[in-house]
Design a protein around this ligand. Structure first.
Ligand code: PHE
Length: 377
């Protein structure tokens, strides 16, 4: 094409062409150029360049010929130029198309023969995320409780002292508040009430009973906060599932039956459970709920080192706090303590997950290290 660039930039007159047979020679040269050019094009990108250099609407060779040879041609030459141009165009178009098909076939053959692509190479990996282990455990717990008639509710992480403490029968100077120190929000002067990050999911007991009349059966999964220094078993943010069942005839037996059912569903039928007396201002009686050690089967010993390191030889592991709802709490939500009774519990989810999946550092839940997360797809 290089050496025909010049002639196609000039008019026939400039080229000194006056006879139709000279026109034919000229076009034969162009066609020859084209055929040489066409032979070189063997991959798609180059084919496009090739196509445009010949057929491009503004600067393709055929456009130049139209503008420089055909349009200004003398009336005697015009028919010959027109005919030759049409013939050339037909030839170019047919050849360009033939090349396109040939390239396509060749690429397909290469691909199939493995010359150009190795079809056995892995494709681009697009990692698909999965639910965080804590979310998975929430889901397991929800499934168990939903199957026995509980519904799932959620509540605010920013709470007022009233819901987090007072309405749960924890007055302002009650010593139990020491265990539940938390973070307070900076509020403008004159704000109607201080705001804090809830220390437990128990405020949702109050919010639920304010809104619903008995029978109430809910569980409340969520995040809670305390001013704890981080170590292997403490974190200033962790997860709980609260449970609350209130009706006209709920007994301590309903309570123990429900909890035992849950624990056996969650850890497996082999585990044993027990209660120890405990204290919470919003339950009476209050209990601490233990499960037989999952690691040593409750024996307190381990084959290698003698004493089981997880339960420290006790054979039991503390699971969560619970109890029958203290009648004083009903006073805050306008339930009649003479007509209703119920139970409540609050489980630490991180702890349950650590026990079930044998994880010995709570911090891994918050570090989001994919090497950890990937172990629980
Ligand atoms: N809210 C208590 C805690 O976080 C647990 C609890 C809940 C105890 C419900 C009794 C009843 O420690």
């Amino acid at each position: 094409m290089r050496n025909i660039e010049k002639p196609i930039d000039k008019t026939l007159e400039d080229l000194g062409v006056t006879q139709p047979d000279e026109v034919a020679t000229l076009f034969a040269e162009v066609r020859n150029e084209f055929d040489l050019d066409a032979d070189k094009e063997y991959i798609e990108v180059l084919w496009k360049e090739f196509r445009d250099s010949w057929l491009g609407r503004k600067s393709g060779v055929l456009a130049h010929i139209t503008n420089n040879w055909l349009k200004p041609a003398s009336p005697t030459l015009k028919p010959a130029v027109g005919a030759a141009l049409n013939e050339l165009r037909a030839h170019v178009e047919a050849e360009v198309e033939r090349r396109r098909v040939a390239i396509e076939q060749k690429e397909e053959q290469w691909a199939l023969s493995g010359a150009l692509y190795d079809l056995s190479l892995p494709g681009v990996q697009r990692p698909i995320g999965s639910h965080h282990l804590i979310r998975q455990v929430f889901q397991q717990i929800e499934d168990i409780f939903v199957s026995i008639g509980f519904s799932v509710v959620e509540g605010p992480e920013i709470e007022t002292p009233y819901y987090n403490f007072e309405a749960l029968n924890i007055p302002e100077f009650h010593p139990v508040r020491d265990d539940m120190d938390t973070f307070y929000l900076d509020l403008p002067k004159g704000a109607p009430t201080p705001l804090l990050l809830r220390t437990h999911t128990s405020p949702m007991q109050i919010r639920t009973m304010e809104k619903r009349q008995p029978p109430v059966r809910v569980i409340v999964p969520g995040k809670v906060y305390r001013r704890d220094n981080p170590d292997a078993t403490h974190s200033f943010i962790f997860h709980q599932v609260e449970g609350l069942a209130v009706d006209s005839d709920i007994t301590f037996c309903d309570f123990t039956g429900t909890i035992e059912y849950f624990v056996k569903q969650f850890f497996g039928p082999g585990v044993k459970t027990r209660f120890r007396p405990s204290y919470f201002p919003f339950t009476e009686p209050s209990v601490e709920f233990d499960v037989s050690c999952i690691f040593c089967g409750g024996s307190g010993t381990s084959p290698g080192s003698g004493t089981c390191s997880k339960c420290k030889g006790a054979g039991w592991i503390e699971l969560f706090g619970a109890g029958m709802v203290d009648p004083a709490v009903y006073g805050f939500v306008n339930y009649d303590p003479k007509r209703v009774s119920g139970f409540a519990f609050g489980m630490g989810i991180d702890r349950l997950a650590m026990l079930k999946y044998q994880i010995d550092d709570i911090q891994v839940f918050f570090q989001n290290d994919v090497r950890f997360l990937k172990q629980f797809p």
